[in-house]
Design a binder for this molecule. Structure first.
Ligand code: SF4
Ligand code: SF4
Length: 424
């Protein structure tokens, strides 16, 4: 699908602004009613989902061209997809796919901004999106007793992801996940220095040159090595393996699981026992990539039948992605099973969760805005009486911790894996 395939979606936007807020019947006040960080921060319609549809229409009709402000508007989007699920409560519009395709057009027209060009350059040269050296990719697991899937056979492949491989502050999450899975009796292996970026970030930046081929080659290697399941702690990698690869046409029989799904399964089977008290009041942050974006979609091709005063008919019928089939229950099941722990919910949860701030390349291109977004979430967590915010993605954990530097907020930040380790 390309940007022009979404012309009708762009034309359907009626500027109702529903894509800016959680559902009206859930709003308790102005605070924490917004769902789009971009329009909340920049306070101008072009920065919401609907505004981006209007901009995309102007672009394909040649009524607007590339300017630095236009490109800032494109890239100040966290690609969190909240606008998409909110719009679909009242409209049949593919907001998120249109925003994604607008980025593809910008990249194809050579309009990537400087920081994103540098991310892509690093990916092509060193196989990661965080500026590390390829040769150092496996250092996080140097002294772990673990198989290498390309040398020793293993049923489950643990994919650490670029952040956990190169950020020493996050090594404990990947190492902890591996140890927990081994404790649960899982036959697990890693790829060490041969692990490669899932390409999810490049896809979100709109860069698609050779993406399907390199991703497909890695999947084929995994399948040839006898792997049956991919497990990851990174929500972005999870979304990429599970949803993006399908939309890129990569066929595989591999099961894709987030570590929270696998650990929830092992806890239910009593292969891992949560026996130690963790006396904390915690809340849970749904990573966008593990939540609403984790619901797969199929490219729909067909005919829209439109008659005056009648709803639009899709032939064949179209299934719309509402974001309700994300990984919402497993992390909550685990937290509710930790002895001594009290779990409280925030106001914006599940498919209406507020983004952590690190999505869509915003963290590298607009770091202040990314931290502003994260701080809003941290304040929300504190407002419901939580002593700690737990998440299930190293990217969210990092931006939450980084944003707290210099702020008075002392809320603790945990990855789910770390909390489980405490509970055993
Ligand atoms: S994807 Fe997120 S940040 Fe971008 S327009 Fe939609 S709600 Fe706003
Ligand atoms: S994108 Fe949807 S929710 Fe947003 S203004 Fe347009 S029609 Fe309304």
């Amino acid at each position: 699908m390309k940007l022009t395939d979404f012309r009708h979606d762009m034309e359907l936007c009626n500027r109702c602004s529903m894509c800016k807020f959680i559902p009206l019947d859930q709003i308790k006040g102005l605070e924490y009613s917004g769902v789009c960080p971009s329009v909340a921060r920049y306070n101008f319609h072009s920065h919401c989902g609907g505004g981006r549809l209007n901009m995309a229409l102007a672009l394909i009709d040649n009524r607007a061209g590339y300017t630095s402000e236009m490109l800032n508007t494109v890239y100040r989007c966290q690609m969190c997809s909240a606008c998409d699920v909110l719009c679909k409560l009242g409209n049949e519009i593919e907001v998120f796919q249109t925003i994604q395709q607008m980025r593809v057009k910008c990249a194809e027209d050579g309009q990537l901004i400087a920081s994103h060009k540098s991310t892509i350059k690093g990916l092509l040269k060193e196989g990661n999106m965080v500026g590390g050296k390829r040769i150092n990719r496996g250092h996080w697991a140097a002294d772990l007793d673990i198989k290498n899937i390309f040398k020793d056979k293993a049923v489950v492949y643990f994919h650490a992801g670029c952040r956990c491989c190169y950020d020493e502050g996050l090594w404990s999450v990947a190492r902890g996940a591996v140890k927990l899975l081994q404790r649960g009796g899982v036959d697990i292996g890693i790829a060490g220095a041969e692990e490669s970026c899932c390409r999810g970030r490049a896809y979100e930046l709109g860069y698609q040159n050779g993406l399907g081929k390199s991703a497909g080659d890695f999947i084929n290697r995994l399948q040839s090595a006898g792997v049956g399941t991919i497990v990851t702690t990174c929500a972005e990698c999870y979304y990429t393996f599970k949803v993006v690869y399908k939309s890129l046409g990569i066929k595989s029989d591999l099961e894709v699981l987030h570590v929270s799904e696998y650990l929830d399964r092992l806890i239910k089977e009593r292969k891992i026992k949560l026996s130690q008290k963790v006396p904390l009041v915690v809340t849970y942050h749904d990573p966008c990539n593990l939540g609403r974006k984790a619901e797969s979609w199929k490219d729909w091709k067909g005919r829209k039948v439109m008659e005056i005063d009648k709803p639009i008919l899709h032939e064949p019928p179209k299934q719309f992605r509402m974001g309700i089939k994300g990984v919402y229950a497993p992390p909550r099941n685990i937290l509710n099973n930790i002895p001594g722990l009290k779990f409280v919910e925030m106001k914006r949860i599940k498919e209406y969760a507020w983004c952590c701030g690190a999505g869509g390349g915003v963290e590298t291109a607009y770091p202040d805005y990314a931290k502003w977004t994260a701080l809003d979430r941290i304040k929300e967590a504190s407002s419901v009486g939580a002593e700690a915010i737990v998440t299930a993605c190293p990217g969210c954990q990092k931006i939450f911790k980084d944003s707290q530097k210099g702020s008075k907020n002392t809320l603790e930040v945990f990855d789910l894996v770390t909390l489980i380790e405490r509970a055993i």
